[in-house]
Write a protein that binds this ligand. Structure first.
Ligand SMILES: NC(=O)c1ccc[n+]([C@@H]2O[C@H](COP(=O)([O-])OP(=O)(O)OC[C@H]3O[C@@H](n4cnc5c(N)ncnc54)[C@H](OP(=O)(O)O)[C@@H]3O)[C@@H](O)[C@H]2O)c1
Length: 425
């Protein structure tokens, strides 16, 4: 585990306190920004500037994080307890009734039903949806609520009918937001048995905590919704040739885009991505055949470059950035004979969809609701174990739940440059 240094707890606390005091009024500004048609990047930057102007919180210097490359999972893990969970309490990061965050020290440990597994959290992955759902008030069935959608940890206890898992197993999972017990920003997370996956031996807890959202979304988007043949369980990728179909990924450096790139080429598909200059090397390294560098180019220039390189052979496309880029991506794929398109970062209802395009709505809740989807996580694990899919670079924040809000603030600034943010408990 790479070493991580931190500001003194007292200093952190007072800084966090000041942030909380600004949070409510800034949220109103953020909402206004979104309603006025500003992009997330605009509102994020307004948010950060406001904080910095007030001299209250320097997001760039407040966390000394570490970058994880590769390490196995044979480290010490928390000891699994055997006592009944009914009367125990735990620590949880709660979205309060005022849609602020608070650490609850005596939150009830969730009940485990017969087909469920309780996992003690070791690491959580942070995702854009975590802060967006709180800032824009969606995916919060009621308040108080617990958010967080992916984690790795150690099995604490299992329901009566679960035979696959036992206390002490190292696992990762992907959760559905409608169950508060499955919110990952708490010490004990309870999920259906079929959504629990063994941690590949090659991965650390921090790395395994990134599989539940970006990696699984990329897998299911390609294999379930875009009709990409699932990569073989053998050792070999299907090779590409000059007639291979293309996949367009708008947002190639997003963590989801990085997984999608690698999975597509395993199935013999050529990948073209849209990135900034600073991240173009990431997509090339992962196997993209062409990276369209977007810096300084007009929409028309980006569309022209994509059409010229792919020459009418795009069959699938994903947008991972937002409403505006989804509509530009649709223009870029309008000249191919037939394309399936997954707008993973939203598409406006009134977007003009060309006749040659079929839009697929990706519903990741199916992973939890439909137990046959476990096959996608199994194959993903298999590909990672074979070294055919590499993990993204990870920025780790140590310190557990109290650091999650700080991590989400950094994520909100949008300057992760292709890295994944993980909080270690
Ligand atoms: N529907 C679902 O279930 C689901 C699941 C997973 C993710 N998502 C959504 O997919 C999106 C990506 O998520 P993520 O966690 O993978 O993202 P992420 O890693 O946080 O993506 C950040 C990257 O986006 C790139 N970017 C920003 N503006 C761009 C633009 N105009 N064109 C191209 N790239 C741009 C930036 O890299 P550059 O420097 O290259 O610009 C930045 O490094 C989010 O909106 C998320 O909510 C949805």
């Amino acid at each position: 585990m790479a070493s991580i240094s931190y500001p003194a707890p007292q200093a952190q606390k007072s800084r966090r306190g000041r942030v909380r005091a600004h949070w409510k009024s800034l949220r109103a500004a953020l909402k206004c920004g979104s309603l006025c048609g500003l992009s997330n990047a605009d509102t994020i930057s307004a948010y950060s500037e406001d904080l910095e102007k007030r001299g209250s919180y320097d997001l760039r210097s407040s966390v000394v994080a570490s970058t994880v490359t590769a390490q196995g999972s044979d480290e010490k893990v928390p000891h699994a307890k055997s006592e009944t969970t009914e009367t125990r309490s735990q620590k949880a990061l709660v979205v309060t009734k005022t849609r602020d965050y608070a650490i609850e020290h005596a939150f009830p440990v969730p009940h485990v039903a017969d087909n469920e597994v309780m996992i003690r959290t070791v690491a959580v992955g942070l995702n854009p949806i975590d802060w967006k759902s709180v800032d824009y008030n969606f995916c919060l069935p009621e308040l108080p609520w617990i958010t967080g959608r992916e984690m790795s940890g150690v099995v604490e206890s299992v329901g009566k009918s679960v035979t696959t898992w036992q206390a002490g197993d190292k696992v990762w999972t992907s959760t559905y937001y409608r169950d508060r017990r499955a919110g990952c920003f708490q010490e004990f997370v309870v999920v259906p048995g079929h959504t629990v996956n063994r941690m590949p031996e090659e991965l650390s807890f921090e790395q395994a905590a990134c599989l539940g959202v970006a990696a699984l979304t990329a897998s299911m988007t390609l294999w379930r919704w875009l009709g990409v043949p699932m990569a073989s369980a053998g050792d070999e990728a299907i090779s590409q040739n000059e007639n291979s179909a293309w996949l367009l990924i708008w947002g190639g450096s997003t963590v989801t885009g990085q997984f999608a790139t690698q999975l597509a080429i395993q199935s013999g598909i050529k990948v073209i991505t849209v990135n900034s200059q600073r991240t173009s090397e990431i997509s090339y390294r992962l196997g993209a055949s062409h990276v369209v560098v977007r810096d300084g180019k007009s929409e028309e220039e980006l569309v022209e470059e994509i059409c010229r390189i792919t020459d009418g052979r795009i069959t699938r496309a994903i947008d991972l950035v937002g409403i505006k880029t989804a509509s530009v991506a649709l223009k870029a794929i309008s000249t191919s004979p037939s394309v399936v398109f997954a707008p993973l970062a939203m598409m406006a209802k009134d977007t003009l969809v060309p006749d040659n395009v079929r839009v697929e709505t990706v519903e990741m809740k199916q992973y939890v609701l439909d137990s046959t989807c476990e096959v996608y996580a199994e194959r993903l694990n298999n590909l990672i174990g074979q070294g055919r899919v590499a993990m993204p670079e990870i920025t780790v924040i140590a310190g557990g739940l109290q650091e999650v809000v700080q991590g989400l603030d950094i994520l909100k600034r949008g300057d992760m440059g292709g890295k994944k943010m993980v909080v270690r408990f």
